[in-house]
Design a protein around this ligand. Structure first.
Ligand code: FES
Length: 113
C-alpha cells in the first residue's frame, strides 16, 4: 500500500530553533521541530524521563534539551544523549514544495491500540 502523508502546512509557520505541537485525536501529542540548520523533525512530545514537553525545550544542532531537567535528546533518532537512557518515538516527516508532511500511518498508529 502506498504511503499517505498528512499536510501540516507551510514550513514558514515554525521559526528556526522553534517547535510546534500537533494534537492527534486519540493519540500522543506530536512536536515538530525546525532546527537552525533548516531541518525538520517530528517526535512524540514527551520526554522519556518524566514526560516533559519537548516542544518547549531548547533546540541546538539536531538535538533538543528538555525544559524540565535538561536531558538532551537527538531529534534524528529520538535517543537520549549524554549518559542518560531512554528513547522517544520519532515520526517520519518530509518537506515538499515548502510544506511539511507527516507519515499518516505512523500518526494514526499512535492511537490507543
Ligand atoms: S522530564 Fe525531561 S529531563 Fe526530566
Amino acid at each position: 500500500m502506498e504511503a499517505t502523508w498528512l499536510d501540516l502546512g507551510p514550513v514558514t509557520q515554525i521559526e528556526p530553533g522553534m517547535a510546534a505541537t500537533l494534537p492527534v485525536i486519540g493519540g500522543e501529542e506530536i512536536a515538530v521541530f525546525h532546527t537552525t540548520r533548516g531541518e525538520f523533525y517530528a517526535l512524540v512530545n514527551k520526554c522519556p524521563h518524566k514526560q516533559g514537553p519537548l516542544s518547549q525545550g531548547i533546540v541546538h544542532g539536531d538535538s533538543v534539551t528538555c525544559p524540565l531537567h535538561s536531558w538532551r535528546i537527538s531529534l534524528k533518532s529520538g535517543q537520549v544523549l549524554g549518559g542518560d537512557e531512554g528513547c522517544v518515538p520519532t515520526i517520519p516527516l518530509k518537506v515538499d514544495c515548502g510544506r511539511i508532511y507527516l507519515l499518516r500511518e505512523s500518526v494514526v498508529g499512535k492511537r490507543a491500540a
